[in-house]
Design a binder for this molecule. Structure first.
Ligand code: FDA
Length: 310
């Protein structure tokens, strides 16, 4: 069943990259209905309602306007416009939220200079409104280019306005974590949601988990404010244990989880006094995001195939 789980994950992550299926999936009722569990809606106002409900429960948020692998320069400008609208709405409403942004949404696959320029516009706006932009991490082919751009923006705008994501599945991550901590770059640590080869990533889940714990310790010992992003209770327990051992105050770091996943755990940690931030994705381009969430649960493969095949 270990092999079956891995095959299922690969199959779903393969499907997540099939552009042709995207339009089809969007029209498909069952997948669209399923998307509502993980995606807060197609419009900014729907996402805003979801975040207000989280705020009422004591949870913080990070909005993400879903889009990735954008290959049209004009469309990347639309994404920047949407993020500026989003930042203005956060400012007006006073919800406890920042934003998460993907560089392939800003044109990284088209031209790294365009991605830098677009991301810089969003970060400068966030800084003017005293908030923060988390640059999401995507597949292994763009890790270095993504970190290069985050470093550039961090140099220009400082740790309070832009930060990185690292994935414990990658062999390079502990080294990256140590270097970024030394530079005082804020990090969101997650396991990694993309299909990667054994040359760059650990094929076995137990190694991904061990790497997560190892990197978590590097982060917590750094004195920089980081995010520990997981729903895995073993990872969370290890984090709490390490924080206790180091006598860290509760607000020395935050836990982060995804919208619609383990709401019981989100609430419990928050009630125990830990900052908990929920990643709230919205927008019409939800297909690849949904497929990555499906890939995290092997039992979902049959469901997805049945509906895509219709
Ligand atoms: P794991 O996959 O081991 O799951 C642990 C438990 O969590 C499961 O047993 C189940 O209970 C629950 N769970 C997890 N996924 C579920 C699902 N889809 N449906 C239902 N239950 C589920 N990745 C990336 O590559 N780049 C990024 O920028 C980000 N950003 C990001 C932000 C935040 C806030 C989070 C929480 C996660 C990410 N990720 C990400 C995704 C991350 O890499 C990873 O794929 C998922 O978080 C799932 O891994 P877990 O750590 O939850 O562990």
């Amino acid at each position: 069943s270990h092999t079956a789980a891995r095959l299922s994950r690969s199959a779903l992550l393969f499907l997540s990259r099939q552009e042709g299926l995207k339009d089809r999936a969007t029209r498909l009722g069952p997948l669209r209905r399923l998307s509502r569990r993980f995606v807060a809606g197609e419009s900014l106002e729907e996402a805003m309602d979801a975040v207000k409900a989280l705020t009422a429960r004591g949870l913080w948020a990070s909005f993400d306007h879903l889009n990735e692998a954008v290959r049209d320069a004009a469309q990347t400008r639309d994404e920047v416009r949407e993020y500026r609208r989003l930042l203005a709405r956060i400012d007006q409403t006073g919800v406890k939220a920042n934003v998460s942004l993907k560089l392939t949404q800003c044109g990284l696959l088209l031209d790294p200079a365009l991605a830098l320029e677009n991301a810089r516009t969003v970060v400068a706006d966030a800084r003017a409104r005293d908030t923060f932009v988390r640059i999401d991490m995507e597949h292994g082919a763009v890790t270095q280019a993504t970190l290069d751009i985050v470093r550039q923006l961090h140099t220009e705008h400082g740790e309070r306005h832009v930060g990185a994501v690292l994935q414990s599945c990658l062999r390079r991550t502990e080294t990256d974590a140590r270097a970024l901590c030394a530079e005082r770059v804020r990090i969101r640590l997650c396991k990694g949601a993309y299909l990667e080869g054994p040359d760059i990533a650990f094929p076995d889940k137990k190694d991904v988990d061990a790497s997560f714990v190892q990197c978590m310790k590097v982060l917590l010992d750094s004195g920089v404010y980081h995010g520990i992003a997981t729903h895995d209770e073993r990872m969370i327990d290890a984090t709490l244990e390490h924080a206790t051992r180091r006598q860290l105050p509760r607000d020395a770091f935050e836990f982060q989880m995804l919208y619609g996943i383990r709401e019981d755990l989100q609430q419990r940690l928050s009630e125990q006094g830990h900052p908990v931030r929920i990643y709230v994705p919205y927008g019409p381009h939800w297909y690849p995001y949904l497929m990555r969430r499906m890939a995290e649960r092997p039992a979902n493969l049959a469901f997805v195939l049945r509906h895509l095949a219709r």
